[in-house]
Design a protein. Sequence first.
Length: 354
Amino acid sequence: MVADRFEKIAKAVDEEVVGRDLVPAFIKLLKDTEAEVRSAIAGQIPGFCSIVDRDVLLQEIMPNIEELVSDSSQHVRAALGTQISGLAPILGKQETTDHLLPMFLVMLKDEFPDVRLNIISKLELVNNVIGIELLSQSLLPAIVQLAEDKQWRVRLAIIQYVPLLASQLGVKFFDEKLSSLCMSWLGDTVFSIREASTQNLKKLTEVFGVKWANEAIVPKVMAMGQHPNYLYRMTTCFAVSTLAPALSLTVIADSILPMLEKLVADDIPNIRFNVAKSYGVLIDVLKRLPDSSTETVLSLEKSGQQAHGCARGEELIREVIMPNLEKLTQDDDVDVRYFATTAAGAFSDAMDIK
């Protein structure tokens, strides 16, 4: 109970009491024989350390915090993983590099997945202090290794961190170090990872631009549409639905629509009804794309204006998408017919209003 409220106690007394009485008590709690107490005091680390003298923090407290990295209890290590990043703003760049980064490297290799997950999820705090270049040099190899972690929640946390890494590292570094990694997630055995990886590609397209996506992402995603494993073909449909709003009319016409046309006749009903869903998304996108520049649409939407479609977009809908949706409305599978009818109906309704 004392450990759980230690920061509040410290803030209720003056600096003399903190230095004379509470620092020794804090260190004693860090070494307590009960794991629950050590976990509780780990949760107080950033708050208490922010009010103690800097020299005391570095010389007396930090050595004892560092011992928790190899604590016998996985729950203590997990609690430390949640809080340790909060020390970065207190320590500053040099001390974070000297003291925290070595601790992170050890904890990123911890056998308990929650420890790894907690470290990854709070890396942004450290990035704000030491900068992405130093962080990537020190931790990128460990992060890449975790991208293939057997625990899917750890892989998910890495995926969510990639757009931040990408925006800071630049396109050249990303293409060399992380591009193949991002594509490998599209074939993950866990649906949540495949779903998150398609969102990741959309965010990367927003970071690096449509031209980059057309060269680096779209060909690989389209190639998955011909994979013998139906999960890869399914992921192509998900990726199309997610990426479409971030792509240009030219990319959609030249790369996306030809692949979906092949999948219209896929043997798996789940593929076919996801093709119908993707067509529904593409219809909405093509109705609004004014030209080959996605940036135009994005800027219009940011300013609260409505993007008006061009003749080329409507032509693609009428001549390519609608005939394929018509085929799918006659499908043997009831779900395929439903989603195809829904997608086709949305366009017909919009034309009637127009």
